[in-house]
Design a protein around this ligand. Structure first.
Ligand code: C5P
Length: 238
């Protein structure tokens, strides 16, 4: 289990990111760089964060034909990030191609590869009506987890509520990285399946991703420490 909560750096510019990171100058963080920050600023962001000794989950959720994803991953592996992801809905061949690309492009330690199952903002009703997937949300998530594992992925991005079932099917070492984390007093915003850090741990999450509960807090450091403390509070149940 990863000790540090992963902070989602959902900011448009480096200036805003740097301002947010200022109170954390004494900490070595695990941060998530997503589309918003990376697509508007490029690899420069990764270089900056690496210089500050932060670990990086590059959350670009690639989804394209296998060859394109393989070549993209080959390039992205060169950035030296710690973790990266693709949409499992792209299929087993695409996830395998992603893994191959990472191996081709890595010089040091290969970034961990995750498959995104169903976004935590997606409800079961929405999945039925918009994706025309007739099974339950849980079955869909388990299917994508098995597919990711079979393709050589190291884990999945999923909701806290599917973590235990994924462990049963894919093993406890298969990573369950869970966004949709909120401190009890916070708003769920657009997330549908939220949990607090303690519940995430209890339900078998391997790593938590926390955005707005920290980034929009009145006191950033206090909110981070609260999340970290709650995440570390009880014995991990696999
Ligand atoms: O602010 P909040 O804590 O909801 O942020 C969650 C972060 O996790 C966002 O950056 C979002 O893109 C990401 N994410 C997610 N659900 C997934 C995969 C990633 O919310 N299934």
């Amino acid at each position: 289990m990863e000790k540090e909560p992963i902070i989602a750096l959902d900011f448009p510019t480096w200036e805003e990111t740097e301002r947010f990171l200022q109170p954390f100058s004494a900490e070595s963080l695990y941060v998530k760089v997503g589309m918003e920050l990376y697509l508007q600023n490029g690899p420069f962001i990764i270089e900056k964060l690496k210089k500050m000794n932060h670990r990086i989950f590059l959350d670009l959720k690639l989804h394209d034909i296998p060859n394109t994803v393989q070549q993209a991953m080959k390039g992205l592996a060169g950035l030296g990030v710690d973790m990266i992801n693709v949409h499992a809905a792209g299929g087993q061949k695409m996830v395998s191609a992603a893994r191959e690309g990472l191996e081709q492009g890595t010089t040091g330690k290969r970034p961990l590869l995750l498959g995104v199952t169903q976004l935590t903002s997606t409800s079961e009703e929405q999945m039925h009506n918009e994706q025309l997937i007739a099974v339950s949300l849980k079955e869909s998530v388990l299917h994508y987890a098995k597919l990711t594992k079979a393709a050589g992925g190291d884990g999945v991005v999923c909701s806290v509520y599917e973590a235990a079932a994924i462990s049963e099917v894919c093993g406890t070492d298969f990573l369950k990285v869970t966004p949709g984390i909120r401190l009890k007093e916070d708003d769920a915003n657009d997330q549908k399946r939220v949990a607090d850090p303690m519940l995430a741990k209890k339900l078998g999450s391997s790593m938590i991703v926390v955005g707005r509960s920290i980034t929009k807090a009145g006191s950033l450091l206090e909110a981070y420490q609260k999340v970290k403390q709650q995440w570390g509070e009880i014995e991990h149940v696999k």
